[in-house]
Design a protein around this ligand. Sequence first.
Ligand SMILES: [Zn+2]
Length: 73
Amino acid sequence: MAAVTYTSAGNINGPTFTCPRCNRVYAYPVDHGAPVRCECGWWYTNLGHGKIIEEFRPRIGGAKTSGPEKAAD
Ligand SMILES: [Zn+2]
């Protein structure tokens, strides 16, 4: 059985993308493909032509959800 993971650095063939926030290294996201979802919570999506958009999407259950917490009376 093959146990191949795509999350470990050092096992990447081809171009890499380094998260500018935590310096983790990933396989470069393909054009219009799945985003790089960094451990630090930032997603990097390749829109094509080398344009990368960044979004902060903390993991569910990871970071505390934002929003006002109504105090009980
Ligand atoms: Zn990161």
